[in-house]
Design a protein around this ligand. Structure first.
Ligand code: C2E
Ligand code: MG
Ligand code: MG
Length: 638
C-alpha cells in the first residue's frame, strides 16, 4: 500500500508520452476516492507515468482542493461517504471556473442508468472498477489531451478574437487617420488651387498691364506693335486681308494740359478715349499710343474708304465740347491714315507713315485727316536721310560760316557782320540753312551746331582783331535758335568763348526770333538778362513776321529790331508796306532800340529806309553773305 499522504501536493514528474511540448501542458490530476487501496493503485500508476497527482477523500475536500488549485483532470469516485460523486460533479459543473475540468467517474456500478446520469451531469467518461491500468492510463491521457486541445483551441479562438478586435481597432484608427489625412490633403490641394488661381490671376494682370495703358485701359503700343507684326505676316500670305491705321493727334492738348493741370488733362484723355470708342465699328481697335496720341487699327477692311469714313466720323464727334468739372473744353484732332496697300514689312514703318500723314494733316491746318501718299513717303524718307547726313556732316565738319556785312545806311560804313551757316554737302552741294536748321532743331542737333557757330564766329572776330585795327569796333551778329535759349549752360559757354578769344561782350549781337520771345518763359527771360549782363546785345530777327510782340516788347532786354526782308521786298512791289516799316522803326526808337533792315537790294530801298530813320541795313545791294576771306577784304577796303 502506498503512503501517498506524505507525498508533496504535486509530484513534479513529466509524463512519459506527453503530448507535443507546450508551455501550458496540463497534467495535474486530482483523485477523489475514499478507498485507500484504490487511491494507492491509481496514485502509483499515475505518478509513475509522470503526472502530477493529488488526492481528495471525499466530495467536500475535492471542492476545497479544486478551489485551492484547479487540476487538469479529476478522477471522481461515485460512491463516497457524505457528498457522493454525482453531487460533487454537479457542484463542480455549476461553477463556471471549474465547469470545464474533465471529470472521469470511477465506479463499481456498471449500470447504464448511472453512466447516463454521470454524463448528463457533465462527466466526460467512466472507468469501471476493478481498474484496468491500461484503460485508466489511456482514458486519462485521452481526456487530458482533449482538455489540452480544447483549452488550446479556446485560447486560440480568444487570441483570434483579440487579434480581430485589435485589427478592427487598427482599421478604425487607420480609417480615422486616412480621413484626417484626406481632409488635410484636400485642404492643402484647395490651398494650392487657390494659390495657383491667385498666381494665374496675377500673371494675367501683369500680362494685361504689359499690353494696356493704365490711364484709359486701352491696348498700348506693345499690343499694337505685336498685332501689326502678325498682320504683316498674314497679309504677306493673304494679300486680300487688308488693314488700315488711323493716327489721331489731339489738337491743342498740350496747351490745355499746361493751363488746366495734369489731372484735368488725364480726365480729358479718358473722355476722349470713350468718345472715340463710340465712333468705331466692330473691326476696329482703339489704342493709346502715348500722350495725346491715339491709334485706330482697322482689320479687316475692304478699302481705304472704310478708314476715311471712320476718320470723318471721329473729326465730327471730337469737336463736340467735353464737360470736365466746371470747364467746357473744345478740342479737335488731326488724323493720318495709312493702310496695307503700301505693303509694309515692319510695324514701325506702318506707324512712321501714319505719323507722317498726321503731320501733313497738322500742317494742312489741323482738324482734318490726310491719307498717306507715295510723295509723302518720299519726302519723309529724304528728310530722314538728311537727318542722318546732318549728323555725319557735323562729325566731318562740313559746315562753314559766311558773313553778310551790315552797314550804316547814312554813311555806308561797315557796322558788322551777320554770321550765316552753310553746309557744303559732299553730294548735294551747298545746302541752305532754311532746309537743315529746322531738322537740326527737331533732332536736337542744333545744340552742337549752334555751339560750333558761336565758337567759329567769335574766333573769326578774334582773327580779324589780330589782323587789323579797323575791325576792333565791328559787331558780330549770331543767330540763336529758341532751343539754344533753353540750354542750361549757354551763358557760361558764351562767356568762356569770349574770354578765350579776348572779345568783349559788347561786340556780339545775338539774333532771336520774335515768336521765340513771345513764348519765352521766365527761365528763358533770365537767360536773356544774363546775356545782357555780359554786355552782349539782343536783336529780334525777322521782326513783324511772327505774332507781333508789341505789347510785351518792353518786358525783354532788346537792343535792336531787325525788319524782316519780306517788308522790304513789298516796298519794291508796292508802297503799302512803307507805313508798317515806319511804325516798326518808330516803335524801336520809342523803346530805345535801333533798327536794321535786311534784304535791301536796291538803292531806292536803301534811300527810303534811311529816310524813315532806319540806322542799319543788310542786303545784296551791299553784299551777299561772304566767305571769311572775302569778308576780310571787305574790312580792309572799308
Ligand atoms: P536770317 O537770320 O533772317 O538771315 C537772313 C537771310 O536773308 C539769309 O539767308 C541771307 O542770306 C538772306 N539775305 C540777305 N540779304 C538778302 C537779300 O538782299 N535778299 C534776299 N532775298 N535774301 C537776303 P540764309 O543765309 O539762307 O539764312 C536763312 C536763315 O537761316 C536765317 O535767316 C536764319 O534764320 C537761319 N540761319 C542761318 N544761319 C544760322 C545759324 O548759324 N544759326 C541759326 N540758328 N539759324 C541760322
Ligand atoms: Mg538773322
Ligand atoms: Mg532775318
Amino acid at each position: 500500500m502506498c503512503s501517498f499522504p506524505n507525498l508533496p501536493e504535486y509530484c513534479q514528474i513529466s509524463p512519459e508520452n506527453s503530448m507535443e511540448s507546450s508551455p501550458k501542458q496540463r497534467n495535474s490530476i486530482l483523485i477523489v476516492e475514499d478507498n485507500p487501496n484504490n487511491i494507492g493503485v491509481l496514485f502509483n500508476l499515475l505518478i509513475e507515468k509522470g503526472f502530477q497527482v493529488r488526492v481528495a477523500r471525499d466530495g467536500e475536500s475535492c471542492l476545497d482542493k479544486v478551489n485551492y488549485d484547479a487540476p487538469d483532470l479529476i478522477l471522481l469516485d461515485v460512491m463516497m461517504p457524505g457528498m457522493d460523486g454525482f453531487e460533487t460533479c454537479a457542484r463542480l459543473k455549476a461553477n463556471p471556473t471549474w465547469a470545464e475540468i474533465p471529470v472521469i467517474f470511477m465506479t463499481a456500478l456498471s449500470e447504464t442508468v448511472d453512466k447516463l446520469r454521470g454524463l448528463q451531469l457533465g462527466a466526460v467518461d467512466y472507468i469501471t472498477k476493478p481498474f484496468e491500468q491500461q484503460e485508466i492510463l489511456a482514458r486519462v491521457q485521452l481526456h487530458l489531451q482533449l482538455y489540452n486541445l480544447t483549452q488550446r483551441l479556446k485560447k486560440e479562438i480568444g487570441d483570434r478574437k483579440a487579434a480581430q478586435t485589435a485589427l478592427k481597432q487598427l482599421n478604425q484608427d487607420l480609417e480615422q487617420r486616412i480621413t484626417e489625412r484626406t481632409t488635410t490633403l484636400e485642404k492643402t490641394v484647395l490651398d494650392l488651387q487657390n494659390a495657383h488661381r491667385a498666381l494665374l490671376a496675377r500673371e494675367q494682370q501683369l500680362q494685361h498691364n504689359a499690353l494696356h495703358d493704365s490711364l484709359t485701359g486701352l491696348p498700348n503700343r506693345t499690343w499694337l506693335l505685336t498685332r501689326l507684326s502678325q498682320l504683316i505676316k498674314t497679309t504677306q500670305h493673304h494679300p486680300q486681308h487688308c488693314y488700315a491705321i488711323l493716327f489721331i493727334d489731339l489738337d491743342r492738348f498740350k496747351v490745355l494740359n499746361d493751363s488746366l493741370g495734369h489731372l484735368v488733362g488725364d480726365e480729358l484723355l479718358k473722355q476722349v478715349a470713350q468718345r472715340l470708342q463710340t465712333c468705331l465699328p466692330d473691326n476696329a481697335t482703339l489704342v493709346r499710343w502715348g500722350g495725346d496720341e491715339f491709334i485706330v487699327l482697322l482689320e479687316p477692311i475692304d478699302s481705304e474708304e472704310d478708314a476715311i469714313a471712320i476718320a470723318a466720323t471721329i473729326l465730327d464727334r471730337i469737336t463736340i465740347p467735353f464737360q470736365l468739372r466746371s470747364y467746357q473744353i473744345h478740342t479737335g484732332a488731326s488724323i493720318g491714315i495709312t493702310s496695307s496697300i503700301h505693303r509694309y514689312q515692319q510695324p514701325q514703318a506702318v506707324l512712321r507713315d501714319a505719323d507722317v500723314a498726321m503731320y501733313h494733316a497738322k500742317h494742312a491746318g489741323r482738324g482734318c485727316y490726310v491719307v498717306l501718299t507715295p510723295e509723302m513717303q518720299r519726302l519723309a524718307l529724304s528728310r530722314l536721310q538728311l537727318e542722318n547726313e546732318l549728323r555725319e556732316g557735323l562729325a566731318r565738319q562740313e559746315f562753314v560760316l559766311h558773313y553778310q556785312p551790315i552797314v550804316s545806311l547814312s554813311t555806308g560804313k561797315l557796322y558788322g557782320f551777320e554770321a550765316l551757316i552753310r553746309w557744303y554737302h559732299p553730294k548735294r552741294g551747298l545746302v541752305s540753312p532754311i532746309k537743315f536748321i529746322p531738322i537740326a532743331e527737331e533732332t536736337g542737333l542744333i545744340h552742337d551746331l549752334g555751339e560750333w557757330v558761336l565758337q567759329e564766329a567769335i574766333q573769326q572776330l578774334q582773327q580779324w582783331h589780330r589782323q587789323s585795327p579797323q575791325s576792333q569796333g565791328l559787331m558780330m551778329s549770331i543767330n540763336l535758335s529758341p532751343l539754344q535759349l533753353m540750354q542750361e549752360n549757354l551763358v557760361e559757354k558764351i562767356e568762356f568763348l569770349l574770354r578765350k578769344a579776348q572779345i568783349k561782350g559788347e561786340q556780339i549781337k545775338l539774333e532771336v526770333t520774335e515768336s521765340c520771345l513771345l513764348e519765352a518763359r521766365s527761365s528763358e527771360t533770365q537767360v536773356l538778362e544774363r546775356i545782357k549782363a555780359l554786355g552782349m546785345q539782343i536783336c529780334i530777327d525777322d521782326f513783324g513776321t511772327g505774332y507781333s510782340a508789341f505789347s510785351r516788347l518792353h518786358e525783354f532786354p532788346v537792343d535792336t529790331l531787325k525788319i524782316d526782308k519780306s517788308f522790304i521786298r513789298r516796298l519794291r512791289q508796292d508802297q503799302r508796306s512803307g507805313p508798317t516799316i515806319q511804325t516798326i522803326i518808330t516803335l524801336a526808337h520809342g523803346l530805345q532800340m535801333d533798327a536794321i533792315a535786311e534784304g535791301i537790294e536796291t538803292p531806292e530801298e536803301r534811300q527810303k529806309l534811311q529816310d524813315m530813320g532806319c540806322e542799319w541795313g543788310q542786303g545784296y545791294l551791299f553784299a551777299t553773305p561772304l566767305d571769311s576771306s572775302q569778308a576780310s577784304e571787305w574790312i580792309f577796303n572799308d
